[in-house]
Ligand binder design. Structure first.
Ligand code: PML
Length: 250
């Protein structure tokens, strides 16, 4: 097992309460090195040249998340695909209003965004505050790339789009507060999209847009009161390795 260990320390209380930053550290380590690393970080926070911290936050998290199981919905046209997407989003726990709003937002883009929009899964309001850039899910990969490729091939999933999307969706589904993700590609020749959720996995939708349309993107629907700063930090900064569940071979 590998773990991410993060430490931040301050003097005069926690950072968010006005404390003065003393020191921070981040490591990725196997389990047998955890104890030593945590002790070293504690020592660093308390013996720092900048002063002795009176607030120390230590977070230890396993960096593996499970690969989502995939299945395919029926849709022969973009209109059918959109109806399937709404059904899947609602089934995953998104309100009908938020699902329709999210779909309309993605469908209404005039140009692709680098990242995703984050919406409240109940109200459908956008909550990330990241403007045209959006939130980028990154720093993830499959534990065993060759095994993953074999698994995709055996499952009839071909090409880089789905290879990358399934890993990305698995990281996203592992975020605290995540209800579902809606996505389709900005590649004009790639019309398949998906709705992914922690409960129902990766639901491929064969047609989500007209061929030739070069605008695509992602929407992440999260539970009301999700800590957005924490969510963005997880999606953009936390290294995650995607591990297949037992049934898979990689
Ligand atoms: C799929 O084939 O399952 C959908 C992949 C969507 C890819 C989105 C992207 O290219 O960013």
């Amino acid at each position: 097992m590998l773990y991410s260990v993060k430490m931040r320390s301050a003097q005069g209380g926690a950072h968010e309460l006005g404390g003065r930053h003393i020191s921070g550290a981040e490591r990725i380590l196997p389990g047998d090195q955890l104890d030593y690393a945590v002790l070293t970080m504690l020592h660093r926070a308390r013996e720092h040249e900048r002063g002795c911290a009176d607030f120390i936050s230590l977070k230890v998290e396993e960096i593996y998340k499970p690969l989502l199981a995939f299945s395919t919905c029926k849709a022969a046209t973009a209109a059918e695909g959109h109806r399937a997407a709404i059904d899947e989003l609602v089934r995953a726990g998104v309100s009908i209003n938020a699902a329709a709003r999210g779909l309309a937002m993605l469908n209404g883009l005039t140009d692709s965004m680098r990242g995703a929009m984050v919406l409240d899964a109940e109200s459908g309001l956008r909550i990330d505050g990241m403007g045209e850039r959006g939130v980028r899910a990154s720093k993830m990969d499959c534990v065993d790339s060759r095994g993953y490729d074999d698994y995709l091939q055996q499952s009839g999933l071909v090409g880089d789009h789905v290879r990358e999307a399934l890993v990305l969706a698995s990281k996203v589904a592992g975020a605290e507060g995540m209800v579902a993700e809606l996505c389709w590609s900005d590649d004009p020749n790639y019309v398949t999209g998906y709705v992914a959720s922690p409960v129902y996995g990766y639901r491929r939708i064969p047609v989500m847009k007209e061929r030739g349309n070069g605008v695509g993107g992602r929407i992440f629907f999260v539970r009301p009161n999700t800590d957005v700063a924490k969510l963005i930090n997880y999606l953009e900064e936390q290294v995650v390795l995607i591990k297949p569940q037992e049934a898979l071979t990689c």
